[in-house]
Design a protein around this ligand. Structure first.
Ligand SMILES: *Cc1c(COP(=O)(O)O)cnc(C)c1O
Length: 379
């Protein structure tokens, strides 16, 4: 069994295309700096983590033991209540968000979900799947939820349990909703029953290392948290982590004879390779290595903001954010550097693989495109 020359050529060209594309990728929250090739031998097995990672099933070619260690690491990072949490490795942040909202719906069928306008595009879709009532809340200019609008909106619907979908790093501006403030708003309205989900797809990978620490985790009052594994943790295959308070999960799980374990996850067959990827990152870098990676990336974001401003480009950044927002440059620049743009703004995300040299090259491109545009030309 082998490929013919044409097909081999096709794969080689695709590899070159990937190498070239990776060199000019600054717009998306992915990272390329961790070498996972030592895990290659494990691609030789049909690893499948079907079922609950904490229960043993009939199928033995799983990496549940690694998955549990990964979850324990994230439980610590998110200050989960000792022994009173549960979770699994998902296919990505979206699945973790879906899981969190599913839990919330089962616990509070009468609930209304409040989420800010700057939430990820998948949130409305997830809520539509689940048939949950929901209301969009205004955002502040920095992407963070407008707590005044939240207060006014919840106040007139006091008969429905509030389910807050909080963003810990919005997609465009890396704005972080403050769960402490949200709790304060609900306390003031005497809404004792509540559910708070933390969409930490981007920042969950490093929020624990930020100073000051944002209010985002279980200690701050989250009921469930979703984190992406292919963002800060640089997994070459999309994946994520979802964690929730154990009591919530126990109320909705049930056993299935076919797999010999509890059916607690959204997907049936589950990726057994990605938990090994996350485990490898955690074990090879350790907390110190991860923290150092964040600090280096933060220094590049700092550099980008300063250089852009020095060149007369109005760049902005939330405090301790890797995302640098600036006026949308010419289309050719957005395309070359794979910049995400929305309306009149664009951003770069200084993930750990991004270098100062790349920032310089992007800045040069923006400036020379500007120089090229004749006065009066549309931007
Ligand atoms: C990336 C992201 C998501 C979606 O996560 P995936 O891992 O791509 O499924 C959701 N919310 C936020 C804030 C994100 O940054």
């Amino acid at each position: 069994m082998s490929l013919n020359v044409t097909d081999r050529g096709r794969l080689n060209r695709f590899l070159e295309h990937l190498e070239e594309s990776a060199r000019v990728e600054l717009g998306y929250p992915v990272a390329f700096d961790i070498d996972y090739k030592p895990l290659e031998p494990f691609l030789g097995y049909s690893l499948n983590n079907v079922g609950d990672p904490f229960a043993s099933g009939h199928y033995r070619l799983n990496s549940h033991a690694f998955e549990r260690e990964v979850l324990e690491f994230f439980a610590e990072m998110t200050q989960a209540p000792d022994g009173q949490w549960w979770g699994y490795v998902t296919n990505g942040g979206t699945e973790g968000n879906l899981y969190g909202m599913y839990l919330a719906r089962e616990l509070f069928p009468d609930g209304i979900v409040y989420f800010s306008r700057d939430s990820h595009y998948s949130v409305s879709k997830n809520l539509h799947f689940l048939g949950m009532r929901n209301i969009m809340i205004r955002s502040q200019p920095n992407g963070e939820m407008d707590y005044e609008d939240l207060r006014e909106t919840v106040r007139i619907r006091r008969d429905a349990t509030p389910i807050i979908f909080a963003n810990i790093g919005t997609t465009m501006k890396e704005g972080r909703d403050d769960i402490g403030i949200i709790q304060g708003v609900l306390d003031e309205l005497v809404m004792d029953k509540r559910y708070i989900h933390s969409d930490a797809a981007l920042c969950g990978g490093y929020a624990a290392f930020l100073e000051p620490r944002p209010a985002w985790d279980f200690a701050d009052g989250a009921d469930s948290i979703s984190i992406s594994g292919h963002k800060f943790f640089a997994s070459p295959i999309p994946c994520g982590i979802v964690l929730a308070k154990r009591g919530h999960v126990d109320r909705i799980s049930h056993s299935v004879a076919y797999i010999g374990t509890r059916d607690t996850t959204i997907s049936g067959s589950r990726n057994g390779f990605t938990p090994m990827v996350l485990w490898y990152a955690i074990r090879s870098l350790g907390v110190d290595g991860l923290r150092r990676r964040l600090h280096n990336a933060m220094a590049v974001a700092d550099y980008a903001e300063r250089e852009f401003r020095a060149a007369g480009i109005e760049a902005h950044r939330n405090r301790a954010a890797l995302t640098v927002v600036f006026p949308r440059p010419a289309q050719a620049v957005c395309e070359k550097w794979q910049l995400a743009a929305a309306g009149d703004i664009a951003h770069i995300i200084c993930m750990p693989h991004v270098t100062r040299a790349q920032v310089d090259a992007l800045l040069q491109d923006i400036l020379s495109e500007r120089g090229r545009a004749a006065p009066g030309d549309p931007k």
